[in-house]
Design a binder for this molecule. Structure first.
Ligand SMILES: Cc1cc2nc3c(=O)[nH]c(=O)nc-3n(C[C@H](O)[C@H](O)[C@H](O)COP(=O)(O)O)c2cc1C
Length: 200
């Protein structure tokens, strides 16, 4: 059975560097037989949590009528693995991705629906030390909060590399060979996860 991988691109910029790295990961996974879906925050609207606590009551997911309630919750349920991509904004993750993260609370309340799904994070910023690692770790800490299993590329001879890109204008990340290589390695590793689990 093919691994199902959901990629979330957390930039408001369509076709930008975050989306390129997320799609590169998904394409590498698809080449290994995985099923993939992508959710871009440039073309989908996700509002921040309103702290109304209605998700603890008798609603399926959330009372907010947006692209999270009308699609992304179902994509989260569908996926075996989720790749969260963010541009670095002011040294951290984007507000667009944070809105998605806060809105996952109903999944938590639904028997920890994300527990034991695989998770990885991608960050891209303009600076050489612009906050990519912290942005990624913030996302991964949220994944741990859900009991997800963190997975890194392990694509290089000396072990794992974080998928951190350095790029300013849309498309620049294609010139960051290490980020592109790590993204492809992550996709391959995620796609092969099913085989690892099945062989235990
Ligand atoms: C509001 C804002 C804040 C930013 N803050 C940082 C930052 O702290 N560190 C950094 O390296 N790049 C920063 N950048 C640059 C973006 O991370 C960079 O252009 C990235 O490639 C954007 O990804 P995208 O093409 O997917 O939108 C910032 C950009 C914006 C718009």
């Amino acid at each position: 059975m093919a691994t199902r991988i959901l990629g979330i691109a957390g930039s408001p910029r369509a076709g930008g560097n975050t989306e390129i790295l997320v799609r590169t990961t998904l394409d590498a996974a698809a080449a290994e037989g995985a099923e993939t879906r992508v959710f871009c925050l440039s073309s989908n609207h996700v509002e921040p949590c309103r702290a109304c606590h209605e998700c603890g009551k008798d609603v399926q997911w959330c009372i907010i009528d947006d692209d999270m309630t009308n699609g992304l919750y179902a994509d989260f349920m569908w996926a075996d693995a989720i790749v969260f991509g963010t541009p670095v904004y002011m040294g951290g993750l984007s507000a667009q991705l944070k809105a998605v993260i806060d809105r996952t609370r109903p999944l938590w309340r639904r028997d920890n629906a994300l527990q034991n799904k695989f998770a990885s994070a991608i960050a891209v910023g303009d600076g050489q030390w612009g906050g990519q690692e912290l942005a990624r770790q913030s996302v991964l800490h949220f994944c741990m909060n859900h009991g997800m299993v963190l997975l890194e590329p392990a694509c290089l001879p000396y072990g794992s590399w974080e998928v951190c890109g350095r790029a300013a204008e849309p498309g620049d990340v294609r010139d960051d060979e290490f980020a592109m290589r790590a993204a492809r390695g992550l996709g391959q590793r995620l796609a092969r996860t099913e085989l690892v689990v099945a062989s235990r």
